[in-house]
Design a protein around this ligand. Structure first.
Ligand SMILES: O=C(O)CCC(=O)C(=O)O
Ligand SMILES: [Fe+2]
Length: 311
Protein backbone atom coordinates (compact mmCIF):
# COMPACT_ATOMS: atom_id res chain seq x y z
CA UNK A 1 0.00 0.00 0.00
CA UNK A 2 1.23 3.51 -0.75
CA UNK A 3 0.04 7.08 -0.30
CA UNK A 4 -2.08 8.15 -3.29
CA UNK A 5 -1.03 11.17 -5.35
CA UNK A 6 -3.82 13.43 -6.62
CA UNK A 7 -3.52 16.31 -9.09
CA UNK A 8 -5.34 19.23 -7.47
CA UNK A 9 -4.63 21.54 -10.44
CA UNK A 10 -8.33 22.01 -11.31
CA UNK A 11 -8.94 23.63 -7.91
CA UNK A 12 -5.48 25.10 -7.31
CA UNK A 13 -5.25 28.45 -5.53
CA UNK A 14 -4.63 30.10 -8.88
CA UNK A 15 -8.01 28.92 -10.21
CA UNK A 16 -11.06 30.98 -9.44
CA UNK A 17 -13.45 28.06 -9.19
CA UNK A 18 -13.92 24.46 -10.20
CA UNK A 19 -16.50 22.91 -12.53
CA UNK A 20 -19.01 20.36 -11.23
CA UNK A 21 -17.30 17.62 -13.13
CA UNK A 22 -13.86 18.51 -11.78
CA UNK A 23 -15.26 18.68 -8.26
CA UNK A 24 -16.84 15.28 -8.73
CA UNK A 25 -13.56 13.75 -9.90
CA UNK A 26 -11.52 15.31 -7.12
CA UNK A 27 -14.02 14.29 -4.48
CA UNK A 28 -13.89 10.67 -5.63
CA UNK A 29 -10.09 10.67 -5.47
CA UNK A 30 -9.99 12.18 -2.00
CA UNK A 31 -12.70 9.83 -0.81
CA UNK A 32 -10.63 6.81 -1.77
CA UNK A 33 -7.46 8.23 -0.20
CA UNK A 34 -9.06 9.31 3.06
CA UNK A 35 -11.16 6.18 3.47
CA UNK A 36 -8.38 3.73 2.75
CA UNK A 37 -5.13 5.43 3.77
CA UNK A 38 -5.87 8.68 5.65
CA UNK A 39 -3.07 10.48 3.76
CA UNK A 40 -2.85 11.93 0.25
CA UNK A 41 -0.25 13.90 -1.72
CA UNK A 42 -1.76 16.83 -3.58
CA UNK A 43 0.15 18.12 -6.59
CA UNK A 44 -0.41 21.52 -8.22
CA UNK A 45 -2.12 23.16 -5.25
CA UNK A 46 -0.80 26.62 -6.13
CA UNK A 47 1.55 26.67 -3.12
CA UNK A 48 5.04 26.55 -4.59
CA UNK A 49 8.25 24.96 -3.41
CA UNK A 50 9.81 28.45 -3.29
CA UNK A 51 7.20 29.58 -0.78
CA UNK A 52 7.93 26.53 1.34
CA UNK A 53 11.69 27.16 1.26
CA UNK A 54 11.21 30.78 2.25
CA UNK A 55 9.34 29.74 5.40
CA UNK A 56 11.82 26.96 6.16
CA UNK A 57 14.78 29.31 5.75
CA UNK A 58 13.48 31.96 8.12
CA UNK A 59 12.45 29.27 10.61
CA UNK A 60 15.89 27.70 10.50
CA UNK A 61 17.51 31.08 11.11
CA UNK A 62 15.41 31.30 14.27
CA UNK A 63 16.11 27.73 15.42
CA UNK A 64 19.88 28.01 14.93
CA UNK A 65 20.12 30.75 17.53
CA UNK A 66 21.23 29.86 21.06
CA UNK A 67 18.44 28.83 23.43
CA UNK A 68 18.74 32.11 25.42
CA UNK A 69 17.74 34.03 22.30
CA UNK A 70 14.72 31.76 21.72
CA UNK A 71 13.48 31.56 25.29
CA UNK A 72 11.60 34.91 25.26
CA UNK A 73 9.34 33.38 22.60
CA UNK A 74 8.51 30.22 24.52
CA UNK A 75 5.13 28.55 24.16
CA UNK A 76 2.96 29.11 27.20
CA UNK A 77 4.32 32.55 27.96
CA UNK A 78 1.69 34.61 26.11
CA UNK A 79 -1.53 35.55 27.77
CA UNK A 80 -4.70 34.50 25.88
CA UNK A 81 -2.66 32.51 23.42
CA UNK A 82 -0.96 29.67 25.25
CA UNK A 83 -0.09 27.67 22.14
CA UNK A 84 1.86 30.40 20.32
CA UNK A 85 5.64 30.23 20.38
CA UNK A 86 8.75 28.12 20.67
CA UNK A 87 8.88 24.55 21.98
CA UNK A 88 12.40 23.47 22.95
CA UNK A 89 14.08 20.13 22.28
CA UNK A 90 12.76 17.05 24.09
CA UNK A 91 9.74 18.77 25.68
CA UNK A 92 6.82 17.41 23.72
CA UNK A 93 5.92 13.72 23.71
CA UNK A 94 3.57 12.94 20.87
CA UNK A 95 3.73 9.34 22.04
CA UNK A 96 3.46 9.71 25.83
CA UNK A 97 5.03 6.26 26.29
CA UNK A 98 8.34 7.41 24.80
CA UNK A 99 10.92 9.98 25.99
CA UNK A 100 10.46 13.55 24.67
CA UNK A 101 10.64 14.09 20.90
CA UNK A 102 14.00 15.20 19.48
CA UNK A 103 12.62 18.26 17.75
CA UNK A 104 12.11 21.96 18.21
CA UNK A 105 8.99 23.74 17.03
CA UNK A 106 7.56 27.20 16.59
CA UNK A 107 3.75 27.51 16.65
CA UNK A 108 1.81 30.32 15.09
CA UNK A 109 -1.88 30.46 15.92
CA UNK A 110 -3.76 33.71 16.15
CA UNK A 111 -2.19 36.28 13.83
CA UNK A 112 -3.47 39.47 15.31
CA UNK A 113 -3.07 39.57 19.06
CA UNK A 114 -1.13 42.31 20.76
CA UNK A 115 0.19 40.16 23.57
CA UNK A 116 2.28 37.78 21.45
CA UNK A 117 5.93 38.40 20.56
CA UNK A 118 7.46 37.77 17.17
CA UNK A 119 11.14 36.99 16.55
CA UNK A 120 13.08 39.75 14.81
CA UNK A 121 16.80 40.59 14.78
CA UNK A 122 18.53 37.60 13.17
CA UNK A 123 15.15 36.30 11.98
CA UNK A 124 14.12 39.56 10.34
CA UNK A 125 10.92 39.14 8.31
CA UNK A 126 9.81 36.14 10.42
CA UNK A 127 6.34 37.50 11.14
CA UNK A 128 5.58 38.59 7.57
CA UNK A 129 6.82 35.38 5.96
CA UNK A 130 5.01 33.10 8.41
CA UNK A 131 1.82 35.13 8.29
CA UNK A 132 1.61 35.14 4.53
CA UNK A 133 2.22 31.37 4.40
CA UNK A 134 -0.46 30.89 7.06
CA UNK A 135 -2.97 32.65 4.78
CA UNK A 136 -1.99 30.48 1.82
CA UNK A 137 -2.41 27.31 3.86
CA UNK A 138 -5.75 28.53 5.17
CA UNK A 139 -7.04 29.14 1.64
CA UNK A 140 -5.94 25.68 0.48
CA UNK A 141 -7.41 24.00 3.56
CA UNK A 142 -10.83 25.50 2.94
CA UNK A 143 -10.74 24.19 -0.61
CA UNK A 144 -9.76 20.72 0.57
CA UNK A 145 -12.55 20.75 3.19
CA UNK A 146 -15.04 21.69 0.48
CA UNK A 147 -13.94 18.75 -1.67
CA UNK A 148 -14.11 16.43 1.34
CA UNK A 149 -17.71 17.46 2.01
CA UNK A 150 -18.54 16.56 -1.59
CA UNK A 151 -16.86 13.19 -1.09
CA UNK A 152 -19.23 12.49 1.77
CA UNK A 153 -22.30 13.92 0.04
CA UNK A 154 -22.80 16.54 2.76
CA UNK A 155 -23.38 20.27 2.40
CA UNK A 156 -19.92 21.94 2.28
CA UNK A 157 -21.19 24.40 4.91
CA UNK A 158 -21.11 21.58 7.45
CA UNK A 159 -17.31 21.85 7.40
CA UNK A 160 -16.84 25.44 6.24
CA UNK A 161 -19.12 27.06 8.80
CA UNK A 162 -17.06 25.40 11.55
CA UNK A 163 -13.81 26.91 10.19
CA UNK A 164 -14.76 30.56 9.91
CA UNK A 165 -12.32 31.93 12.45
CA UNK A 166 -8.99 30.46 11.32
CA UNK A 167 -6.24 32.95 12.14
CA UNK A 168 -8.24 34.73 14.85
CA UNK A 169 -8.63 34.29 18.60
CA UNK A 170 -11.62 31.93 18.34
CA UNK A 171 -9.77 29.22 16.43
CA UNK A 172 -6.64 27.21 17.28
CA UNK A 173 -5.44 26.35 13.78
CA UNK A 174 -1.64 26.37 13.94
CA UNK A 175 1.20 26.77 11.49
CA UNK A 176 4.07 24.87 13.07
CA UNK A 177 7.66 24.99 11.85
CA UNK A 178 9.58 21.91 12.92
CA UNK A 179 13.33 21.53 13.18
CA UNK A 180 14.99 18.21 13.95
CA UNK A 181 18.65 18.85 14.85
CA UNK A 182 21.48 16.38 14.24
CA UNK A 183 21.10 13.36 16.52
CA UNK A 184 23.85 12.33 18.90
CA UNK A 185 23.12 8.66 19.56
CA UNK A 186 25.19 8.59 22.75
CA UNK A 187 23.05 11.25 24.39
CA UNK A 188 19.72 9.83 23.22
CA UNK A 189 17.42 7.99 25.61
CA UNK A 190 16.15 4.47 25.03
CA UNK A 191 13.19 4.54 22.62
CA UNK A 192 13.54 8.24 21.81
CA UNK A 193 12.43 9.31 18.31
CA UNK A 194 12.38 12.54 16.37
CA UNK A 195 8.61 12.43 16.65
CA UNK A 196 6.76 9.64 18.46
CA UNK A 197 3.79 7.72 17.04
CA UNK A 198 0.66 9.85 17.09
CA UNK A 199 -2.33 10.93 15.10
CA UNK A 200 -3.13 14.63 14.71
CA UNK A 201 -5.92 16.20 16.72
CA UNK A 202 -7.99 18.49 14.53
CA UNK A 203 -9.72 18.29 11.15
CA UNK A 204 -6.91 17.95 8.60
CA UNK A 205 -3.15 18.63 8.51
CA UNK A 206 -1.13 20.02 5.60
CA UNK A 207 2.48 18.84 5.76
CA UNK A 208 5.40 20.22 3.76
CA UNK A 209 8.76 18.49 3.97
CA UNK A 210 11.80 18.26 1.76
CA UNK A 211 13.53 15.22 3.19
CA UNK A 212 12.55 11.68 4.11
CA UNK A 213 11.91 10.45 7.62
CA UNK A 214 8.14 10.39 8.00
CA UNK A 215 6.47 7.01 8.37
CA UNK A 216 2.75 6.33 8.13
CA UNK A 217 0.92 3.32 9.54
CA UNK A 218 -1.13 1.28 7.10
CA UNK A 219 -4.31 -0.65 7.76
CA UNK A 220 -2.34 -3.84 8.18
CA UNK A 221 -0.37 -2.22 11.00
CA UNK A 222 3.07 -1.75 9.40
CA UNK A 223 4.76 1.62 9.04
CA UNK A 224 5.68 2.66 5.50
CA UNK A 225 8.07 5.49 4.58
CA UNK A 226 6.39 8.50 3.02
CA UNK A 227 8.32 9.55 -0.09
CA UNK A 228 9.24 13.17 -0.78
CA UNK A 229 7.45 14.57 -3.83
CA UNK A 230 8.88 18.01 -4.61
CA UNK A 231 6.14 20.64 -4.76
CA UNK A 232 3.41 18.33 -3.43
CA UNK A 233 1.58 18.87 -0.16
CA UNK A 234 0.89 15.87 2.06
CA UNK A 235 -2.56 16.06 3.62
CA UNK A 236 -3.89 13.83 6.34
CA UNK A 237 -7.14 13.31 8.15
CA UNK A 238 -6.92 14.11 11.87
CA UNK A 239 -8.83 12.64 14.82
CA UNK A 240 -11.65 15.12 15.09
CA UNK A 241 -12.40 14.67 11.39
CA UNK A 242 -12.51 10.91 11.83
CA UNK A 243 -15.03 11.40 14.60
CA UNK A 244 -16.99 13.97 12.58
CA UNK A 245 -17.28 11.51 9.67
CA UNK A 246 -18.31 8.60 11.92
CA UNK A 247 -15.03 6.84 11.13
CA UNK A 248 -15.49 6.99 7.38
CA UNK A 249 -12.29 9.02 6.97
CA UNK A 250 -9.43 7.55 8.92
CA UNK A 251 -6.87 9.35 11.05
CA UNK A 252 -3.78 7.17 11.20
CA UNK A 253 -0.63 6.97 13.29
CA UNK A 254 2.56 8.44 11.94
CA UNK A 255 6.04 9.16 13.30
CA UNK A 256 9.49 10.45 12.42
CA UNK A 257 12.32 7.99 13.13
CA UNK A 258 15.88 8.88 14.04
CA UNK A 259 18.25 9.09 11.07
CA UNK A 260 20.58 6.10 10.57
CA UNK A 261 23.57 5.98 12.98
CA UNK A 262 26.41 8.29 11.85
CA UNK A 263 23.98 10.33 9.73
CA UNK A 264 24.21 13.82 11.16
CA UNK A 265 21.67 15.45 8.88
CA UNK A 266 18.93 17.72 10.14
CA UNK A 267 15.30 17.65 9.06
CA UNK A 268 12.74 20.39 8.64
CA UNK A 269 9.04 20.34 8.01
CA UNK A 270 6.05 22.67 8.17
CA UNK A 271 2.72 21.44 9.50
CA UNK A 272 -0.53 23.39 9.20
CA UNK A 273 -2.88 21.86 11.75
CA UNK A 274 -6.42 22.80 10.78
CA UNK A 275 -8.73 22.98 13.73
CA UNK A 276 -12.47 23.79 13.89
CA UNK A 277 -13.46 27.00 15.70
CA UNK A 278 -13.25 26.70 19.48
CA UNK A 279 -17.00 27.09 19.88
CA UNK A 280 -18.03 24.98 16.87
CA UNK A 281 -20.05 21.96 17.89
CA UNK A 282 -18.89 18.85 16.06
CA UNK A 283 -21.56 16.17 15.66
CA UNK A 284 -21.37 13.16 13.36
CA UNK A 285 -22.09 14.47 9.88
CA UNK A 286 -24.05 11.37 8.85
CA UNK A 287 -26.65 12.21 11.49
CA UNK A 288 -25.73 9.20 13.61
CA UNK A 289 -24.85 9.36 17.30
CA UNK A 290 -21.74 7.23 17.02
CA UNK A 291 -19.88 9.91 19.03
CA UNK A 292 -21.38 12.54 21.30
CA UNK A 293 -21.06 16.15 20.09
CA UNK A 294 -17.94 17.96 21.26
CA UNK A 295 -16.67 21.51 20.74
CA UNK A 296 -13.50 22.10 18.73
CA UNK A 297 -11.84 23.87 21.67
CA UNK A 298 -12.94 21.34 24.30
CA UNK A 299 -11.60 18.43 22.29
CA UNK A 300 -8.23 20.10 21.70
CA UNK A 301 -7.73 20.97 25.37
CA UNK A 302 -8.15 17.32 26.33
CA UNK A 303 -5.65 16.20 23.70
CA UNK A 304 -2.98 18.74 24.70
CA UNK A 305 -3.03 17.40 28.23
CA UNK A 306 -1.60 14.09 27.12
CA UNK A 307 1.21 15.47 24.94
CA UNK A 308 2.51 17.93 27.52
CA UNK A 309 1.66 16.04 30.73
CA UNK A 310 -1.25 17.17 32.89
CA UNK A 311 0.00 20.72 33.46
O1 LIG B 1 7.90 16.34 10.61
C1 LIG B 1 7.07 15.60 10.10
O2 LIG B 1 7.19 15.19 8.95
C2 LIG B 1 5.83 15.14 10.85
C3 LIG B 1 5.43 15.98 12.01
C4 LIG B 1 4.12 15.57 12.60
O3 LIG B 1 3.54 14.58 12.25
C5 LIG B 1 3.48 16.43 13.60
O4 LIG B 1 4.14 17.35 14.12
O5 LIG B 1 2.28 16.21 13.90
FE1 LIG C 1 1.48 14.60 12.98
Amino acid sequence: MSIPVVDFGAYSLSEEDVTDEQMHNLSKELETAFTEVGFVFLKNTGITQEEVYRVMDISKTFFLQPDEAKRPFSRNSFENNPNHGWVSLGIEKLNPLRPGDLKEAFNITSLCQGSIKWPSGAAKGFREIQTSFFHRCKALSLRVLRVMAHSLGVDPEVFLSAHRLIGTAGNSTTLRSLYYPPVNREEGKEGQLRCGEHSDYGSITLLFSVSEGLQVRTRSGEFICAPVIPGAVLINVADLMQRWTSDQFVSVLHRVLLPPAADSSTRQSLAFFVQPDDEALISCCDGSNRYPPVTGGGYLTERFKSSYGQT
